[in-house]
Ligand binder design. Sequence first.
Ligand code: IPE
Ligand code: IPE
Ligand code: MG
Length: 251
Amino acid sequence: MDLKQHINKDRLPAHVAIIMDGNGRWARERGRERNFGHQNGVESVRDTVKAAAEIGIKYLTFFAFSTENWCRPHKEVETLMDLLVKAIGNETPELNEKGVRLNAIGDLESLPERCRQQLNEAIELTESNNRLIVTVALSYSARWEIANATQKIAQKIADRLLQPDEIDEEVFSAHLETASLPDPDLLIRTSGELRLSNFMLWQMAYTELYFTPVFWPDFRRKHFYQAIIDYQRRERRFGKLKPQTAATKNA
Ligand code: IPE
Ligand code: IPE
Ligand code: MG
């Protein structure tokens, strides 16, 4: 069955965010080191980006490395950083050709110099593309982001550039890492874990959540399309009542 045919192009989520999880368990099931799982996760990212671009998704965000992930063994962190540099280097020309723009959020200053450099080059090269914005969250955590935004706002108040009563939701959002992105419409988390793990807590106030037991290295376009189809069956109410139909209006 071609799942793509079941997707309603008029009701696409504008922004899909993904918590890529389960690499370690995928590797363990095969009697391999955790890093083998991370390496195989790269193909899943490739396939998902292609799948998203083909149906016309505008924003796709990947949680690639959390602030808390720095506490993993040194060797695993090193390998993850190397993989990142390599993947960005390998993939950027094709992404650029396809009209994909690369973006990054998180405490990028804390990344090793080689990563930051590779990332910045890719971001600059793809700067004028707008078919699909792919954001990678690196050394990112929502509480860090919220504290950081608060610092920036406090500094503006101290410098008399902003009044305390001018702080509203819009002003606060504009100081987050995601200032240029709409809030996610759909969050996908792989590997069966039912939690947010400090990802975009502010932005996901009304995001539809989709959890799948599939481990990230096994995740392919069909899984992505299944998530979109599931999303399209839902009714988003944002605290309001159901949209009134002609039948219910007169009841
Ligand atoms: C996701 O897979 C990748 C990162 C968090 C960097 P994990 O490495 O968390 O794999 P599991 O959850 O231990 O299986
Ligand atoms: C969340 O996965 C972070 C990323 C996918 C980058 P984790 O594997 O770190 O989350 P927990 O520890 O299971 O909550
Ligand atoms: Mg995990």
